[in-house]
Design a protein around this ligand. Structure first.
Ligand code: SAH
Length: 251
């Protein structure tokens, strides 16, 4: 087999935040398999004849993970050089780990090409440092996709509430009411600063800020929609001290 699959992170969306290696591989690939998360600017730059969209279809259905896995192996067996392009970093909530093991089990040569994750870069471009010597010695990257009420939640919100570190929630627009109330119930202060960063580094980036108590109303008023991430913790207030000096943060 001369085919190979590159599991490539696209960064959060600004084409200039693609790594040099990601850009080269995209330019050289026979096929680029992608969903919508790399954002319009990067996706529009890939010639249609080499791009294959495995995200949501016109009818709203998603290409299933097994279908994507099969397609990757199939293309490699046709000796194609394949870029599997994922938003941010391929191994941060991107199912890149599952795809890697599938490739390995099918004897397909692969390489992992890290990307700038939205989990750190998203807050960053909104003037929110993920860690801070005075405010946050840890940062947790958390999925907001699952229901905190569910009995066997994989996310221990109570434990997260007890750290004084930064919490960055991905896929967490819809379940914002559930996990903010889980954090409040676990004793986190209602005045804890919270920011929502929508489409970070895309041309239409937006940022909305509030507190643990107010952020659901803030979300509703601003009409924040995915892709967006939630930053919870004192670092979010650093933004207020810096933002008037920062251009293009989508206030
Ligand atoms: N692998 C990706 C994350 C995939 S999970 C990464 O490292 O960035 C998808 C979630 O990532 C979205 O629901 C959203 O919470 C977040 N996300 C990805 N790109 C984003 C962007 N440009 N702006 C804000 N959030 C983003």
């Amino acid at each position: 087999m001369t085919g190979k699959v590159y599991l490539v992170g696209s960064g959060p969306g600004d084409p200039e935040l693609l790594t040099v290696k990601a850009q080269r591989l995209i330019d050289e690939a026979d096929v680029v398999l992608h969903d919508k998360l790399p954002g319009p600017e990067i996706l529009d730059s890939i010639p249609d004849e080499r791009a294959e969209d495995v995200g949501k279809r016109a009818n709203g259905e998603r290409t299933s993970q097994p279908e994507i896995n099969r397609r990757l192996v199939e293309l490699a067996e046709e000796d194609k050089t394949v870029v599997r392009l994922k938003g941010g970093d391929p191994f941060v909530f991107g199912r890149g780990g599952e795809e890697m093991v599938h490739l390995a089990e099918h004897g397909v040569p692969f390489e992992v090409v890290p990307g700038v994750t939205s989990a750190i870069a998203g807050p960053g471009v909104a003037a929110i440092p993920a860690t801070h010597r005075d405010h946050a010695s840890t940062v947790s990257l958390v999925t907001g996709h699952e229901d905190p009420e569910k009995e066997e939640s994989a996310v221990d919100w109570e434990a997260l509430a007890s750290t004084d570190g930064t919490i960055v929630v991905l896929m967490g627009v819809g379940k914002l009411p559930e996990y903010t109330s889980a954090l409040r119930n676990a004793g986190m202060a209602e005045s804890t600063p919270v920011a929502l960063v929508e489409r970070a580094t895309w041309p239409n980036q937006r940022v909305a800020t509030g507190t643990l108590d107010s952020i659901v109303d803030v979300r509703d008023e601003a009409g924040i929609e995915p892709p967006a991430l939630t930053v919870i913790g004192d670092v979010a207030s650093e933004r207020e001290r810096a933002v008037e000096f920062l251009e293009g943060v989508g206030e």
